[in-house]
Design a protein around this ligand. Structure first.
Ligand code: NAD
Length: 496
């Protein structure tokens, strides 16, 4: 059985791990590898490697750091197909979706390539007689990232390109369910010329996470995952004096008003609910249909559901399996609960089998109608291909439903009325808003983050907020006697 080791100080670890976890191909249900689960000593070794590398890396000229970022970006592009195939085989998402994930991660690397510009400070001359004031942004030291299974390539890329570009050193603890791409990324960093110890990968579970959270040499932690774990990470990390950003779970609603383009709305609902088998924090899991929009949508949505091509990620166009058997069973149990609580099951995904892949963790697209906000299928984050339709009599009622929901990651409105769209963007208590598009994930030069129970901490992730999270501002007030510069040099000034 292939063993997936850690990457510490510029190389893979070779010690026999004390504990491992199985890694599956979700399409076949077969175990394909074992991943090492780090002990506290192994986490300590990764943090020590990052700490040793920090002084040299933070003092590396920013233009040199930028060059390594560009080289890394080019290597990721060059190996894109390989990374996408590796990701699809462990996660189960379609190859097309895996490539899309890579593209969205690359955006953040490309943003981070602009680091010389992004960390420029301010300068004010003569704030008092012969006194100048300026600001500089400096890195924090060793920072850590703890990431979820659903975007094993992209979510870590929301973090480490900016952290590393800004001069920090990084310890990544990826999801133990689909760990392989993180090791390949580590190899690409090394090939790009990143010094040993600047980027480290420790695989593991709560043991590794807890050690990161308590370790005195870790200055900051970025977390993305479920809400209960995010709350724990935020409380524990901040209590240990660390800077923490913890992005959490979601229940994303899409309002469809009666004047909307119903074909576009149905396309969007199906794409956003069932893409990646619903295992996206920005998936639409609730359509709030206002007035006659409900009856107009249901048929259009079911027609489209029938057309979906479902199968193993390397063959199917639309949807692959869920991540584990346990998760598949959990999603199925929600369908049972929905029926018990009186929701109307329009399409039932429980019995789906894919020929030749009977042991895979497949679950068919499922649609509930006439769901009410007190039902469990509405209240819980199911994180599978289950879409609920809630009927609302008015636009105001639809907005109230969303604002009463404890989560606030993403949302959307479908309408042809500009005034309604403007009212929505103004009143809705959600961090990322789509107008006639269902998954409003900001590009790499903006920042990503929800509101309410979808985030803990003040910083959202990547973009300008990422620069702010991974640096500290310093202000300098200076006064100098007239300096005399000596020496003649006719050469053209070079950097580095
Ligand atoms: P998860 O919370 O189970 O795991 C996330 C990370 O935390 C993993 O690295 C895991 O090993 C670790 N972990 C799990 N349990 C832990 C514990 N008890 N103590 C310490 N560490 C623990 O999440 P997941 O199932 O991998 O990912 C799906 C969740 O992530 C969903 O809730 C989804 O909405 C959320 N998510 C949110 C965003 C966002 O940007 N808001 C993005 C992607 C995923």
């Amino acid at each position: 059985m292939r063993l997936i080791p850690h990457w510490i100080g510029g190389k893979h670890t070779t010690d026999e791990p004390e504990r491992t976890a199985p890694v599956f191909n979700p399409a076949t249900g077969d175990q394909t590898a074992s991943v090492a689960l780090a002990s506290t000593a192994e986490v300590d070794a990764a943090i020590a490697a990052a700490k040793d590398a920090y002084p040299g890396w933070r003092d590396t000229p920013v233009t040199r750091r930028q060059k390594i970022l560009f080289d890394f970006r080019n290597l990721v592009v060059e190996h894109g197909d390989e990374l996408a195939a590796m990701l699809s085989a462990e996660h189960g998402k379609t190859l097309g979706d895996a490539k899309g994930e890579l593209t969205r991660g690359l955006e953040v690397i490309e943003f981070a390539c602009g680091i010389p510009h992004l960390i420029k400070g301010d300068y004010s001359e003569n704030v008092s007689r012969n006194v100048d004031t300026y600001t500089i942004r400096q890195p924090l030291g060793v920072v850590a990232g703890i990431t979820p299974f659903n975007f094993p390539l992209m979510v870590p890329m929301w973090m480490y390109p900016i952290a590393i570009a800004a001069g920090n050193t990084f310890v990544l603890k990826p999801s133990e369910k689909d760990p392989s791409t993180s090791n390949m990324v580590a190899e690409l960093w090394a090939e790009a010329g990143l010094p040993d110890g600047v980027f480290n990968v420790v695989h593991g579970d709560k043991v590794a996470v807890d050690r990161i959270l308590e370790h005195p040499d870790v200055a900051a932690v970025s977390f993305v995952g479920s809400t209960p774990v995010a709350k724990y990470i935020y409380a524990t990390g901040t209590a240990a004096g660390k800077r923490v950003q913890a992005l959490a779970g979601a229940k994303n609603h899409m309002i469809v008003l009666p004047d909307a383009d119903m074909e576009l709305a149905a396309d969007s609902a199906v794409s956003a609910a069932y893409g990646s088998a619903g295992e996206r924090c920005m998936a639409i899991s609730v359509v709030v249909a206002v007035g006659k929009a409900g009856d107009e949508l249901i048929g259009r949505i079911t027609d489209r559901m029938r057309e979906l091509d479902i199968g193993p990620g390397d063959r199917a166009k639309d949807m692959g399996p869920l991540i584990t058997k346990e998760h598949r069973d959990r999603v199925a149990s929600y369908v049972d609960i929905g029926l018990e609580e009186g929701a109307e099951l329009v399409v039932d995904g429980r019995e789906l089998t894919v020929e030749g892949f009977e042991n895979g963790f497949f679950f068919g697209p499922t649609l509930f109608d006439k769901v009410s906000p007190d039902m469990t299928v509405y209240r819980d984050e199911i994180f599978g291909p289950v879409l609920s339709v809630v009927r609302a009599a008015t636009f105001e009622e639809a907005i109230d439903i969303i604002n009463a929901n404890p989560w606030g990651n993403g949302t959307a409105v479908f309408t042809n009325d500009g005034g309604a769209a403007r009212k929505f963007q103004n009143e809705i208590e959600v961090g990322m808003v789509g107008i006639n598009l269902p998954i409003p994930v900001p590009l790499g030069f903006y920042s990503f983050g929800g509101w309410k129970q979808s985030i803990f901490g003040t910083h959202s992730v990547y973009g300008p907020e990422g620069i702010s999270f991974y640096t500290r501002p310093k202000v300098v007030i200076s006064r100098w006697p007239d300096p005399i510069h000596r020496g003649v040099d006719l050469g053209f000034p070079e950097h580095g």
